[in-house]
Design a protein around this ligand. Structure first.
Ligand SMILES: [Zn+2]
Length: 155
């Protein structure tokens, strides 16, 4: 059983309070938001509850990423020119083993190597990819704010 206002786990049975005619079981620090079931405190007391809607922010960022078939493109462009892996390596002043690894998709080359290959072949090897960042919801327990909003919709 969790507190129906803050979502904290209740140690014991919790406190039953009335908020706008709804019975909620809450922890001792949240009982001030409503009137205790047995007491006759006025409804005005319950109105002090602040309605807070949890915001779910969506951020979209653009990130430069290597194209999917990067390794095939390199191999294709190299073979088109009739170059061996060794010749290509020499042209961009890198090791032949690096070219081998790139064409076998074993490694992701450094940005400088990518830039050199782009320049040499006159092609684009990077693309802008949108990255959607979703903020994690803090708690899945409905807060009093959510409960009040639901009730308002029913009216
Ligand atoms: Zn609480």
């Amino acid at each position: 059983m969790n507190c129906e206002i803050c979502g904290k786990e209740l140690k014991g049975s919790g406190v039953k309070i009335m908020v706008e005619g709804t019975e909620l079981t809450v922890c001792s620090s949240c009982k001030r938001y409503g009137s205790e079931k047995v007491s006759t405190t006025s409804q005005a007391e319950a109105k002090r509850v602040v309605i807070k809607k949890k915001k779910v922010r969506t951020d979209i960022e653009f990130k430069d990423e290597l194209v999917d078939n990067f390794s095939q493109i390199i191999r294709m462009e190299r073979e088109k020119r009739g170059w061996s892996q060794e010749q290509l390596a020499k042209k961009i002043q890198e090791k032949e083993s690096l070219i081998k690894k790139i064409e076998n998709a074993e490694i992701t080359p450094d940005p400088e190597v990518v830039a050199k290959l782009e320049k040499l072949f006159g092609i684009k090897l990077k693309e802008s990819v949108p990255v959607v960042k979703l903020e994690k919801k803090v708690s899945m327990t409905p807060t009093l704010g959510d409960v009040v909003v639901l009730k308002k919709k029913e009216r």
